[in-house]
Design a protein around this ligand. Structure first.
Ligand code: PLP
Length: 486
């Protein structure tokens, strides 16, 4: 972006005139502000007119890619469309103007929203208890593992220090386990892309605290041996954590609670349509069975015999709080609106369509790209760009070339068990025409990689910025508009 179009500030130019107050404040404002909070130097803000301001932000917004603008098959992220009515409802003033410190008797309606949502989520996941507090999937994992840790502490079982994580798990799983001070042991997958039972058996012993299972795993494959896995793990005295961030694949079809899991997180900001990207806000709610219920974070939302909702802080085995207040309330409103709008059959249809769309796309692309695990997938599937790589075109280049067609790139180089991985999640909200269009684009790029590798390697050509050094951008992030404040 050139300086000329970006730096619009002109001294003295303003958006609005604020009229002079008629009455002097009884106590001068400056006297009310603690000495060390008073700004001594002029704040160097851009000085622009209202029109320039609006144009500037509209221009920036139009450069940004979003699901409202185009297809967004970012595997494992479920970038599906968020119905606008959910946004509308969450912005109702009587909901959006509440403060979490208001007394319970003033916010019974809000508590009821959270209570009803909790009941639905327990039913959908097959668990007895829930907390809505965690703000993200990874945060839910942290909460669940801290509960497992507490459970063994309470039992006086100090030996259980290791957590088993399959090589097809989401990257946050091993990260969470190691943050909780567990030793992470990787389980190998078999040639069907599923947990190898021998690898599991040889790693299960009296030092195993838990297994963390992403299901469907990051290959988009449902663990067929899941009941055997849960049986073996319980026999060894360990607990089972279900990463249910991708519940989009199984709603109304199968429930983690019924599979024998002890605890599970769900990403409301994936499955239940609440928007995400850009780091939040989200909701990684945690559901559990009676074994772990006493360890849930405080407070627990409860309902008295007279139907009054209240926060229960009196729980001696709780891990404590994991977030300020009670979680991201706006997310709960959106999720409940989504559940109500779809109903039981609707949610079931969501999952069936998500799985159908992924399989349709997989079948249509498996001639043009390598498909390392050629079996039925769930909500997503993983191709490999190995064939294109032989022609000197990396998967990164394929991902960049896709941008020129106005679509978002799939997730690439993950999961690690697939070389040159391309992880595609079409979601249920796309039409057949849109799926076909993306299939055509993928085929064209596969053909270009062979006939004209330079073209693909030079991509993207149509985006506001070309290739960025992502590692450098993440480590030395500079969000300042002015060149002077590097
Ligand atoms: C997205 C995701 C997570 C992490 O969720 P965040 O909200 O990004 O922290 C964990 N597991 C799986 C399988 C996911 O897809």
């Amino acid at each position: 972006m050139s300086k000329l179009i970006f730096e619009k500030s002109k001294p003295g130019r303003i958006c609005a005139n604020v009229p002079q107050a008629e009455n002097e404040p009884s106590k001068p404002i400056l006297d009310l502000i603690p000495e060390n909070y008073i700004r001594r130097e002029k704040l160097n803000l851009p000085e622009v007119s209202e029109l320039e301001l609006i144009r500037h932000f509209s221009e920036l917004a139009s450069k940004n890619f979003s699901i409202d603008k185009g297809f967004y098959p970012l595997g494992s992220c479920t970038m599906k469309y968020n119905p606008k009515i959910n946004e509308l409802v969450s912005r109702f003033e009587r909901l959006s103007n509440l403060h979490p410190l208001q007394p319970e008797d003033q916010v019974q309606g809000a508590l009821e929203i959270m209570f009803i949502l909790s009941e639905y989520l327990k039913e959908i996941s097959g668990f007895k208890a829930i907390t809505l507090q965690p703000a993200a999937g990874a945060h839910g994992e942290l909460t669940g593992l801290l509960m497992i840790k507490k459970y063994f502490e309470k039992k006086g079982d100090k030996k259980r220090t290791k957590v088993l994580v399959p090589d097809t798990a989401h990257g946050t799983n091993p990260a969470t386990a190691s943050m909780c001070n567990f030793t992470v042991v990787e389980l190998k997958s078999n040639n069907k892309g599923q947990v190898d039972l021998d690898s599991l058996k040889s790693n299960l012993d009296e030092t195993t605290a838990a297994i963390m299972l992403t299901n469907p795993n990051t290959l988009g494959i449902f663990e067929e041996d899941i009941l055997t896995i849960t049986k073996l793990v319980h026999q060894a005295g360990a607990l089972q954590y279900y990463d249910g961030a991708n519940l989009n694949a199984i709603m109304g079809i199968a429930r983690p609670g019924d599979m024998g899991f002890d605890v599970c997180h769900l990403n409301l900001h994936k499955t239940f349509s609440t928007p995400h990207g850009g780091g939040g806000p989200g909701a990684g709610v945690v559901c559990c069975n009676e074994k772990l219920e006493p360890c849930l974070p405080i407070p627990i939302l409860s309902k008295s015999k007279d139907g009054v909702f209240y926060w229960d802080y009196d729980r001696k085995d709780s891990i404590g709080k994991v977030k300020g207040y009670y979680g991201n309330f706006g997310m709960f409103v959106r999720a409940l609106a989504y559940i109500w709008a779809n109903g039981k059959e609707g949610l079931n249809q969501v999952s069936k369509d998500a799985v159908l769309n992924a399989n349709y796309m997989k079948e249509n692309l498996k001639k043009d790209y390598d498909l390392p695990y050629d079996i039925d997938c769930m909500h997503e599937f993983v191709l490999s760009g190995k064939r294109q790589k032989k022609h000197g075109v990396s998967t990164l280049a394929i991902a960049k070339r896709l941008l020129d067609f106005g679509v978002h790139s799939p997730t690439v180089y993950f999961p690690l068990v697939v070389q040159e991985a391309i992880m595609i999640e079409p979601t249920e909200t796309e039409s057949k025409e849109e799926l076909d269009r993306f299939i055509e684009i993928m085929k064209q790029v596969a053909a270009e990689a062979i006939s004209n590798p330079e073209l693909v390697n030079g991509a993207p050509y149509n985006t506001p910025v070309g290739r960025v050094d992502e590692a450098h951008a993440a480590r030395s992030l500079n969000l300042c508009w002015a060149s002077s404040c590097k």
